[in-house]
Design a protein around this ligand. Structure first.
Ligand code: PLP
Length: 387
């Protein structure tokens, strides 16, 4: 199939359709719990540096080096060691315009048309489309819910690793259900992918958001052949700067660099200085503050949902979403009705895979009064439905 045919074959994401639908209405009371757009304060070092518009303006007229500015790469290398316990050289790194560009660069480097890429069920809806964009076929392995947490079903994963599989793509914490891979699960994933000779790609977009005693573990800390993708979007509340980075074997970095060269060319220069400012500040404290804030908000929403009959919601191990089970037959119809009747935006669980059916995804990173109002509207919705 031609690339243009593949592109026209892809579907719009549920989130983009829901956001466009709401934007087309004249509603002043929309509750924006669909997209994961953090509304948290910037790291203070970024706010301070870029109050000076001159500084930002001076970066606008410059192309960046292909893999990113040297000082930023050095800071990323240090951050990976401090936060993710990953040791690497700067030559194992490439800065990219967001986690999304990191994922597409990584897949461009390792996937051929006709290959299969194995992803969790449930997973971020974009995975399916990005994989199809490269002419490959997504295949699912089950995340098993054991009553308190989702865990990878390794025997199901093994059963999917046939001769056409090029890679396993995981996400920790997992959007939408908040599963966080433990260190032993990371080790098992590394062992299985090595046994079958396929790439392991680890998307750690939500790396900072782990709750309770759970802490992030990265498969890349266990093996240098893993490709890990990070972003400043969620962890530093800077979705707008469109900046992320990939840590990978140098042979893969070289291919991602070439993919970059013939698509977007360079990562944006002003954004890199903003990311550099973030990593020059006391980011360990910032990330922890943010983690606590999301944990508090998730708990607040869980408490509210617990009061709605038929809704069941457990405490996720991480991420920025809740994924409650709803008392309905069709999560898609429910989301539609919640939009039109209650102006509450959420995402149907079934877009994340068959195991998402009957769930909806709710973003917790909004103001507390919006979370409380979401509970009021959900409650009203189900009460009037049952009346
Ligand atoms: N990976 C996951 C699981 C996501 O949910 C997202 C965005 O929502 C991304 C990657 C990419 O985000 P960005 O390109 O802003 O880093």
């Amino acid at each position: 199939m031609k690339v243009s045919e593949r592109l026209s074959d892809l579907e719009d994401s549920a989130v983009s359709s829901i956001l466009s639908r709401a934007a087309g209405q004249d509603w002043s009371d929309v509750l924006p719990l669909a997209g994961g757009e953090p509304r948290f304060k910037l790291p203070s070092s970024v706010a301070r540096d870029f109050e000076d518009q001159q500084l930002l303006a001076s970066k606008i007229t410059k192309y960046s080096p292909f893999c990113g500015i040297e000082e930023l790469l050095q800071r990323i290398k240090d951050k990976l060691q401090i936060i993710n316990r990953i040791k690497c050289d700067v030559t194992d790194l490439i800065v990219v315009p967001g986690g999304s560009a990191g994922l597409s660069g990584a897949l461009a480097a390792i996937v051929n048309p006709g290959d299969q890429v194995v992803v969790p069920d449930p997973c971020w809806e974009h995975y399916i489309q990005i994989i199809r964009l490269f002419g490959a076929e997504p295949v699912r392995f089950r995340m098993h819910f054991n009553g308190t947490r989702y865990e990878p079903d390794f025997s199901d994963l093994r059963s999917k690793l046939g001769p056409r599989v090029a890679a396993v793509l995981v996400n920790t914490p997992l959007n939408p259900c908040g599963a966080v891979l433990s260190e032993s699960e990371c080790a098992e994933l590394v062992a299985i992918t090595q046994e079958f000779g396929v790439w392991l790609v680890s998307d750690e977009e939500y790396e900072s958001f782990t709750y309770g005693k759970t802490r992030v573990a990265s498969p890349r800390a266990l093996s240098e052949s893993v490709i890990s993708v990070y972003s400043f979007s969620k962890s530093f509340s800077m979705t707008g700067i469109r900046l992320g980075y990939v840590v990978a074997p140098q042979s893969i970095v070289k291919l991602i660099r070439r993919y970059a060269l013939y698509t977007y060319m360079y990562p944006p220069t002003p954004s890199q200085y903003m990311a550099l400012a973030a990593l020059q500040g006391s980011y360990v404290d910032y990330l922890d503050e943010l983690r606590c804030e999301y944990e508090r908000k998730a708990a607040r929403l869980i408490d509210g949902l617990a009061k709605i009959s038929g809704v069941s919601c457990w405490q996720p191990e991480g991420g920025v979403y809740l994924f409650p089970r709803m008392p309905v037959d069709s999560d898609r119809e429910l989301v539609e009705e919640l939009i039109s009747r209650e102006h509450l935006l959420s995402v149907p669980g079934s877009v994340a895979g068959s195991l998402g059916r009957g769930h909806i995804r709710l973003f917790v990173g909004v103001a507390d009064d919006l979370l409380d109002e979401a509970v009021v509207r959900l409650r009203r919705f189900f009460e009037t439905r049952l009346a």
